[in-house]
Design a protein. Structure first.
Length: 576
């Protein structure tokens, strides 16, 4: 926790000037509040008791000046505090986002997107609220507490000693309850993060949920999660309310007791009425400050939990740790892809390897089809080629350089990818294609769409290339999404194109059109295609058959058909 606040302190350092202005405002504002006690003392002792009208006016002026200063410092404090909170959380959010997006695929495999978003939004909002409101209130009340205690001591030593004796009865409950609130708050925030993660998954799987008619099930599940959150919140609320009740009881009893003892001193002439009034005012400030601190202690505990959750992600370092220096340049060396005895498994505890001693070489401008049963390791092979995961044994080389000597930028600059699920961003068709190359011109974007046989249907959309397609492209058919994803990959103009069942959602007519496009680019691109149908695979120069993470055969169609029993079996299944 200390480390987290140390990091937060580094984020606060650029705002030292604004923080200084804020602290000065808080100090002057607190002094102005304390000066009101002096005004009250003068009104009673010199104005009312002596029946002196001028002292009444002077005392009123003191009070009005104090209120004016308090108003000005409140404005200054509010302006600087909220500016700091907005800028700091914006910087923190951008840095955390930049840190997370650099993490490797394994990180995202173990953390739900909803949980990540919760820390970027909910926890950041809590932190912003604490910085903007709770922390200044805490500092202000600490200053009032210290100032009030000093003025109490100078007013009446006897009553001051009584105050110091009673203070522990207010402070101890605050400390004990704050620890309990922090623990419960952390549990509550984790439950909220789990709920957010679940809701994100649900909204991304609406077609699946509706196909199984599981709306009622999902509502029941969410209700159960909400009850857990509410139960945790009720515990926190109960403890804070209970603490507030105890503090109020102690404070009121405390003030009444002092008023009674002070009144006896006034009756016996040991204390003036003005001094007693000022003392009660300062005692009230001290009690109110302690009450406010008890209230904000729960929020500070909540902030502590939020900071821990935010900096937990900062502490993680699962970045793609290939070398940083660039070795190869685009269109420079002959782009030959080679794998030698490559092995990989997702978990070290797995008995079976997903990829098991795979070796092959693909020359520049070759068109390779990859076939095999589901779970054979075809997509995993693509992920290794793209550097999404680090292989545990063997070596992969690109353009004559080992992956161990290449940066991620080097590797992925040579590769363009069309995933199996064809993820599209919300926005327009134009923006989604342009994502393949943000610097591309409109002519290049349209050319890529034509090459992917997408231009014809795009022009028929309501606003052509500027048509909004909704989240994950929900307003398009599967085939349309696939063609846009292919256009996006072609726009990147990389030497190697990986197509993960990229034609599975295309009808026969569009598939034929797509292969006409491939015929145009295969003469200057290296293409690896995970084929959904063997009829598709047979259009390639070579066919690679993968079974149980191993390459069973890799050769021309005729030779693979003779040597691979699995290929012959798959062909019989397809024909039947």
């Amino acid at each position: 926790m200390t480390q987290n606040f140390y990091i937060l302190k580094n984020y606060l350092r650029p705002f030292l000037k604004e923080i200084t202005y804020t602290l000065i405002s808080l100090l002057i504002g607190s002094l102005s509040v304390l000066s009101l006690g002096v005004g009250i003392k003068f009104i009673i002792n010199r104005g009312i008791s002596n029946q002196d009208e001028m002292w009444l006016i002077y005392s009123l002026i003191v009070i009005l000046v104090g209120v004016l200063i308090l108003s000005l410092t409140t404005f200054t404090r509010y302006y600087f505090v909220y500016s700091i909170a907005e800028k700091l959380t914006a910087k923190l959010k951008m840095d955390l986002y930049a840190h997370l997006i650099e993490q490797n695929a394994d990180f995202f495999a173990h953390h739900k997107s909803g949980e990540i978003i919760s820390r970027l939004t909910t926890d950041m909002t809590i932190l912003q609220m604490i910085l903007a409101t709770t922390l200044p209130i805490a500092v202000r009340n600490v200053l009032l507490l210290i100032g009030g205690l000093i003025l109490i001591f100078t007013t009446s030593i006897k009553l001051s000693l009584l105050v110091f004796c009673l203070l522990p009865f207010l402070i101890i409950p605050i400390v004990l309850f704050s620890r309990k609130i922090k623990k419960i708050t952390r549990q509550n925030q984790n439950l909220i993060a789990d709920q957010n993660a679940h809701m994100a998954e649900v909204f991304n799987a609406i077609p699946l949920i509706k196909s199984f008619q599981n709306e009622t099930y999902e509502k029941t599940l969410l209700n159960r999660m909400m009850h857990q959150i509410l139960n945790s919140a009720y515990k926190r609320i109960f403890i804070r309310a209970f603490m507030g009740g105890i503090i109020i009881f102690c404070v009121v009893s405390f003030i009444a007791f002092i008023l009674c003892l002070g009144g006896l001193d006034v009756i016996n002439g040991r204390l003036s009425s003005g001094d007693l009034s000022a003392f009660i005012f300062y005692a009230f400030l001290v009690a109110a400050a302690l009450g406010a601190l008890s209230d904000v202690s729960g929020d500070l505990s909540r902030a502590s939990g939020a900071i821990e959750r935010i900096f937990e992600f900062f502490a993680l370092d699962q970045k793609e740790n290939y070398v940083q220096n660039s070795i190869i340049q685009k269109h420079q060396e002959a782009c030959i892809l080679s794998l030698k005895n490559v092995s990989f498994r997702y978990l070290e505890t797995d008995d079976l390897k997903t990829i098991d001693h795979v070796s092959f070489e693909i020359k520049q401008k070759e068109f390779i089809s990859i076939v095999g049963p589901s779970g054979a390791g075809k997509t995993t092979l693509f992920q290794l080629i793209m550097g999404l995961y680090r292989y545990e044994k063997g070596n992969i080389s690109l353009c004559g350089h080992s992956y161990k000597d290449l940066s991620i930028k080097d590797i992925r600059s040579k590769i363009s990818y069309v995933p199996q699920d064809n993820f599209l961003f919300s926005g327009s068709v134009y923006d989604n294609i342009k994502y393949g190359n943000p610097d591309a011109s409109e002519e290049q974007i349209i050319a890529a769409a034509k090459m992917a046989q997408a231009d014809i249907f795009i022009k028929k959309l309501s606003h052509g290339y500027q048509t909004e397609i909704g989240e994950r492209g929900i307003r398009l058919s599967g085939g349309q999404k696939q063609r846009i994803a292919i256009a996006r990959a072609l726009l990147k103009d990389a030497e190697i194109i990986l197509l993960d069942e990229a034609t599975s959602a295309l009808d026969n007519e569009n598939e034929r059109a797509f292969y006409k496009a491939l015929e145009k680019i295969r003469c200057h691109k290296t293409i690896l295609l995970i084929a959904h149908r063997l009829s598709t695979a047979e259009k390639a120069d070579k066919i690679m058959v993968i079974k149980d993470g191993k390459v069973e055969a890799f050769d021309s169609k005729d030779k693979v058909e003779k040597t691979s029993e699995l290929y012959r079996t798959l062909k019989l299944i397809e024909k039947s």
